[in-house]
Structure formats: C-alpha cells, structure tokens
Design a binder for this molecule. Structure first.
Ligand code: RRO
Length: 315
C-alpha cells in the first residue's frame, strides 16, 4: 500500500445477488439493540456505519415478555425482551419513512412463527424505499418456537427458500449458537439461497434471584450477550467459514476494533455491535476508525485481505 493512502473498508454482503449489498465499511448495528433507528440516529452519527440492522418485526404487533426483561451478568447481560414490535404495518407506516435519511443501507430483521409468515413479511418489504436487505431472525431464544428454524436444517431451508422466492432483496440468515454444530445449518441456508449469514444470536442462560428463590427474569430464561460470549462467536465463525462460499457477519460481544478483527480474521466479512451500544452508542464509529488505523499500520490496502486470514497456513 502506498504510504498515506486510505485503506478500503468496503464490503459486498451479497456478491451472489445482481444488486449486491454494498457497504462502505463492515460495521453494523446488531438487531434489537438500537430499535428501528430513529432514536439511535439522534445519539450517534449512523451515516458513519456500514449498515443499520433494525429490531425484528413480526406480521402482527407484539407487546413482549413480562418484566424484568434484562439483568447484568459477569461481562455481559441476559435479556428476555420477547420481540415487542409494531407489526409489519406499523413498521411501514411509522419507521420506514425515517430510513432514507440515514444515508446507509437499512437491513430489516424479520421473524415469523411459520414459513408462511416469513414469506408474507418478505413480500411486504419487497420494493419498500430505504430497505436494502433482510435479516431473517431464525434464532430468537425468547419466544415460543423462536429457535426452531435455526436448529432444524430442513425447516430453515424451507423458510429461506420461501423468503428468497418472495423478494428480490438479499437475505441474511441469522443463526443460533444454541446448537452443537452450526455447520450443517449454515450449509443448508446457503443452499436455499441466503446471500449471507449472521453468526450469531444470543446464548440461552438464566439467573436465579436468591432472595426471592425464583428465576430473576420474567421470561425465566433469556439470551446471554456481551463480551462473555465473544469466544463462542469467534469459534462458530472460524468453524463455518471453510464450509461455505457466502459472506459471514460476525456478532457477539464486540466492543472495539480488536474484537472486530478477531471475527474478521476468523472469517467474517462484516460485524455487528449490540450490547456495547447500550453503554457507548458511538462504539460502531470507533470500530470503523480503529479498523482503518489497523490496516494503515499493517500496510494492508483492503479489509477483504484479512477476512479469514487466521486460516492461512503461513504467517
Ligand atoms: O426480543 C428478544 O427477546 C430477543 C430477540 Br427477538 C433475539 O433475537 N435475541 C435476543 O437475545 N432477544
């Protein structure tokens, strides 16, 4: 790389789609941690991110799980929010009109109880201005049947095919860490036409309130997130990367550019920041700056050059 030249951070998350899904940098929000973007865009400059991933939407409005819905844990937190959202019509009426002003691709996270519900959501979002792609949340740990799609390859295949047939938007399939081996699920998603994979959602855990002698969280169990789960996410990305040809988006416990680079070197082309946005909403922006600094100091001209580099035989 020529001294002082700016390294390229750009990434295409849907190289197999004619439209592609082009991001100026690999850093995104993780679904569910910055709402539908309107409030988040008031506390950080979203235009500096690669993409905004929305909270998950379902066909009908939902009010969510009983409280308390969150609790801190060592190096992380447990949530059982239970997918509260305005439903697809509410989303289109109240949230979608803000997205064009973000100046970056908006990826809408969708979830359904059945293959038909996924199909319906994909067709509702097809052609909506400001929507650049879909992320299918096949892995919510906190609702009935929330993880069925990401733990059973045949179901995931069926839902992925239904979505892909109902929209021209590129589809990212968000997978669950609550499996022993993610590789067969990842391969099934690719074969059914997913443009990319997000690895991973939260890990089922729980806390007991020892004074009350009862589960602390209203939903009893919840999804563990934060730095505590990062080694597990990096492991899954590293294991899945050699098995597939589509891009991986890494998520789970990323706080800074060094954490992001762990995922990238394990095989992720993009990364998502979730829990740390609750503490520092500018985390994504500092990661973008940190990645650029790293590439410059290592004299690497493009972030693509380090994707999966931890698999190389020689240093
Ligand atoms: O809303 C939630 O409780 C939730 C969802 Br949809 C998800 O995908 N992952 C998570 O940890 N919580």
């Amino acid at each position: 790389m020529v001294a002082d030249s700016v390294p390229s951070l750009s990434v295409n998350l849907a190289p197999n789609y004619e439209s592609g899904l082009l991001l100026t940098n690999p850093v995104m929000t993780a679904s569910g941690t910055s709402g539908f973007g309107e409030d988040f865009s008031k506390i950080t400059d979203v235009s500096g991110l690669g993409a905004f991933v929305t909270k998950t939407v379902t066909p009908k409005k939902r009010s969510g799980n009983p409280t308390p819905r969150t609790v801190e844990t060592p190096s992380g937190m447990i949530n059982s929010i239970g997918l509260p959202n305005p439903g697809i019509q509410g989303l289109l009426d109240q949230e979608a009109p803000h997205w064009e002003s973000f100046g970056i691709p908006v990826i809408v996270s969708i979830s359904g109880y059945s293959v038909d519900e996924f199909r319906y959501l994909a067709s509702c979002l097809d052609g909506i201005e400001g929507v650049a792609g879909l992320e299918a949340n096949f892995s919510c740990p906190n609702v009935d049947k929330g993880m069925e799609f990401a733990t059973q390859a045949d179901l995931l295949s069926e839902a992925t095919t239904a979505i892909v047939e109902s929209t021209s938007l590129p589809l990212i399939a968000k997978l669950s860490p609550n499996v022993t081996d993610m590789r067969p699920i990842a391969v099934a998603a690719q074969e059914a036409g997913a443009a990319a994979l997000t690895i991973m959602n939260t890990i089922v855990g729980m806390k007991i309130d020892v004074i009350r002698r009862r589960p602390f969280i209203g939903g009893v169990t919840g999804g563990l997130s934060g730095p505590a789960i990062r080694p597990i996410g990096v492991r899954f990305v590293y294991q899945v990367y050699p098995e597939i040809d589509i891009p991986i988006v890494g998520a789970g416990g990323i706080r800074d550019s060094s954490d992001a680079l762990e995922y990238i070197m394990a095989g992720a082309s993009g990364i998502q920041v979730g829990t740390n946005n609750f503490v520092h909403p500018d985390t994504g922006l500092s990661i973008v700056a940190g990645l650029e600094k790293f590439l410059k100091s290592e004299e690497v001209s493009s972030v693509q050059e380090v994707v999966g580099i931890a698999h190389a035989e020689q240093y």
